[in-house]
Ligand binder design. Sequence first.
Ligand code: ADP
Length: 165
Amino acid sequence: MKTAVFPGTFDPPTLGHMEIIERAAVLFDRLYVAVVAENAKHPHPLSLQERLKFLKAMVSPLNNVEVVSFSGLVVDFAEKQNAGFLVRGLRNGFDFEYESQMASANREMTGVETVLLIASPQYSHISSTLIREIAANGRRLEGFVPKIVEEAIFQSLKPNLPPKS
Ligand code: ADP
């Protein structure tokens, strides 16, 4: 049985993440979408509980996909799940630089292989950072994130949104 882990911050989960999940679910018998528990990178609009809840709703039609949280090294989590593969998405050359370094380091540590899936052109401009920026300025997120995520982001940002003119 081929098991893979798709790790990420998913803050927030986007349609770009969803495309990678759907494609990876076809390639592997079992796929763990593993959400980084702590998020020191930036103040995030979505809590871990919210990120898990939305991802679970998003993957509910896919019966070989499970959403879990993890902390520490992804290679340790993958080993615990007996997963021989990591999945990551590639949008551009910057992603490639970062992902190729991570993939080599991870393989060096435990032998885990990283499968890099190239984003479809219609999703390659979507990043969680961009979405947080758009949402913080009160613009709609249609076409970037699933509807349930859009509503939750606006609820959580409401007190900070610039007043409407
Ligand atoms: P991390 O902080 O681990 O990079 P992210 O949630 O930002 O977490 O990204 C998780 C994975 O999803 C990364 O491999 C990233 O390249 C990929 N990814 C993010 N957005 C997209 C997208 N629009 N299309 C394809 N892959 C994406």
